[in-house]
Design a protein around this ligand. Structure first.
Ligand code: NIG
Ligand code: FE
Length: 428
């Protein structure tokens, strides 16, 4: 008999999303690797064994045995694209949009990202931390156990560093696993004449300051190498500018590459980012079929953010089916931010993706677990219930995992376990 710290037994469905350290591609996205009457053993915050309850009980003993009869156990969800640290809100712009003013028009008129940057510059670091901590709590209560968080609402060196400090403090204080992304090239702020001038500041001042900051080094010390990202879009940063800033981060400081591409106008950002070895390309709302096929041939994960389309009242969504049918690897994320996606909920994102992008619940769940982990280059640590990985899992008050995407606006998450510790449970 082997000793474990915790056994979780008798799950109606234990959904592992096992990927062997790899994202799932194409037709494999329909397989969530489901074990009926499943169980798992946890020791020292890691998964020791996964299987049928009878087999696990025959081999393992633990002081804490949690019986979850009639419930689903699945991997903690991974939100691989968020802008969760910001000041202020965009409620006035919400009303403007409802009255017909387009999102990019508000940005061109000096609102949008710039308006959040003004509020974020004015906010004290402690207040940003308190607010972001509360957002992370909400994400966790919807099942998220790992999250990427971008800077990009400072748009000057000192505020970008302030955001990074907050991200590092969240990593220390919050049970979730956090990954940082430097998104200095998110928008051209009002204090610069044009994108070229601002980009020079991003590359020459911000990037070196970020790379040598204590916050960035604290992540590196844990084996987490942060990302560089850019908003490649008409009227923001063009293809050549986007490539330049991404390469500056990659080649100058060893950062991993991500990019916001093809949200409104396709500038060729998806192909460019694949070519330079991006870990993920995100949005992909208007990516042409040939570029989705090119992406499907690469090791880059395609991340779609359908809560944005929903929030902007659009009926157009990225062609997720084309990417999957071409053999690609798709992840989904919230894009949590005050402008285009004020939501903490990955189950809501799954619900939208199933209805408007015609994903099956199995594909949506893999897209929010193992594939989202791969979009962070973390598929060997999180995103599935496999031996040796972090014991990050959620217990759902349903006996069929498909309910997670079928229902919307409900709360099926009953308990959240991160690194083997129960960090949240719904009060009775
Ligand atoms: O991913 N598209 C660019 N950036 C964010 C939106 C940020 C904002 O509106 O504040 C996004 O949608
Ligand atoms: Fe984004």
């Amino acid at each position: 008999m082997m000793r474990a710290d915790v056994l979780i037994v008798h799950a109606a469905q234990l959904v592992t999303c096992a990927g062997g350290g790899q994202p799932k591609r194409g037709a494999a996205m329909r397989d969530v690797c489901l074990i009926e009457d499943g169980a798992l053993a946890i020791r020292d915050g890691r998964i020791l064994a996964v299987g049928k309850t009878a087999a696990i009980r025959a081999d393992y003993a633990a002081e804490t045995v949690i019986s979850v009869a009639g419930k689903v156990v699945c991997p903690g969800l991974v939100d691989c694209h968020t802008h969760a640290v910001y000041g202020g809100n965009r409620l006035d712009e919400f009303e403007q949009r409802l009255q017909g003013v387009p999102y990019m028009q508000i940005m061109a008129d000096g609102g949008g990202i710039a308006s959040t940057a003004r509020a974020t510059r004015a906010a004290a670091e402690d207040d940003l931390l308190t607010q972001a901590h509360a957002r992370l709590d909400q994400m966790m209560q919807h099942g998220t156990t790992t999250a990427e968080i971008k800077t990009g609402y400072g748009l000057d060196t000192s505020t970008e560093l302030k955001l990074l400090n907050v991200i590092a403090a969240l990593d220390r204080q919050h049970p979730m696993t956090i990954l940082p992304t430097f998104l200095g090239a998110h928008a051209v702020p009002w204090d610069y004449a044009n994108a070229e001038q601002y980009l020079a500041a991003v590359i020459d001042d911000m990037l070196p300051a970020v790379a040598r900051s204590e916050a960035w080094r604290a992540f590196r010390a844990q084996g987490i190498n942060g990302f560089i990202d850019v908003f490649c879009e008409q009227g923001v940063f063009d293809l050549e500018q986007a490539r330049r800033v991404l390469l500056a981060g990659r080649d100058g400081y060893g950062m991993q590459v991500k990019a916001h591409v093809d949200e409104f106008v396709s500038l060729g950002g998806a192909a460019m980012a694949c070519e330079i070895g991006a870990v993920s390309v995100d949005h992909l709302d208007v990516t042409p079929p040939h570029a989705l096929e090119r992406l499907a041939q690469s090791n880059t994960v395609g991340v779609m953010l359908p809560a944005v389309n929903f929030n902007l009242g659009s009926t157009h969504f990225g062609n997720a089916r084309h990417l999957i049918e071409a053999g690609g690897s798709l992840a989904l994320a919230t894009d949590l931010n005050p402008g285009s996606a004020p939501t903490p909920s990955l189950p809501l994102v799954m619900a939208i993706a199933c209805r408007y992008q015609k994903l099956l619940p199995s594909e949506a769940l893999n897209a929010c677990t193992i594939n989202a982990a791969a979009a962070l280059n973390m598929a060997e640590r999180v995103g599935s219930l496999e031996v040796g990985k972090q014991a990050d899992l959620i217990i759902l008050n349903t006996d069929d995992y498909r309910a997670l995407a079928y229902e919307f606006g409900s709360q099926l998450v009953e308990m959240v376990i991160i690194k083997g510790d129960a960090v949240w449970r719904r009060s009775a």
